[in-house]
Design a protein around this ligand. Structure first.
Ligand code: GAR
Length: 187
């Protein structure tokens, strides 16, 4: 079973979906840049180790990622799943994990990349948005797409309705996509 690290900055509902999916992986570590993130509590609940590191306590982004990389090495991490991790991945990690870092984005890329994929699609008034799983590269939500699913946005939707609909799709699509990649030997 591959050793996997999940990186998350917030609530961690996608981490939770992955942890509960009985995937053929060893969820070895949760990495967070936010000491108060709910994902940390969730990780402890699943008896998964956590590593919290704030950028403000590091010399720079290279130092930050080097410290994370040391942790990943200590836990023999084979691949990384970003689940609401709100930082750009820099070359230190990208070069150590080529094609081994995967992200979930709450929009149908290349539409609405960035920090607020749900809110941006909502404000744009589209009738359809979605969820994308993709490999991470040096850009913002630009890496090779692995899987996508469309999600309707209805006239009567409040932002929260659309967000809930998207999260529901995320919680199913992320574990399923990881399972498929492992079964195909691509991870
Ligand atoms: C998810 O909707 C995820 O797609 C999004 O953050 C949310 C995290 O929710 N990620 C991004 O916007 C990345 N640019 P969670 O903490 O409950 O999993």
């Amino acid at each position: 079973r591959p050793n996997v690290a999940v990186f998350a900055s917030g609530n961690g509902s996608n981490f939770e979906a992955i942890a509960r999916a009985n995937l053929p992986i060893n969820l070895a570590l949760v990495v967070s840049d936010k000491p108060q993130a709910k994902v940390i509590e969730r990780a402890h609940h699943h008896q998964i180790k956590t590593f919290v590191l704030e950028l403000k306590n590091c010399l720079d982004k290279t130092d930050y990622e080097t410290q994370i990389l040391n942790q990943l090495k200590q836990h023999n991490i084979d691949f990384i799943l970003l689940a609401g991790y709100m930082k750009i991945i820099h070359p230190t990690l990208l070069e150590a994990y080529p094609q081994k870092i995967i992200n979930i984005h709450p929009a149908y890329l290349p539409h609405f990349p960035g920090k607020d994929g749900i809110g941006d699609a909502f404000k744009a008034g589209v009738s359809e948005t979605g969820v994308t799983i993709h490999y991470v590269d040096e850009g913002v939500d630009t890496g090779q797409i692995i899987a996508q699913q469309k999600v309707p946005r209805y006239q009567t939707d409040q932002l929260e309705d659309l967000a809930n609909r998207i999260h529901k799709v995320e919680h199913q699509l992320y574990p399923e996509t990881i399972r498929n990649l492992i079964e195909k030997g691509e991870l």
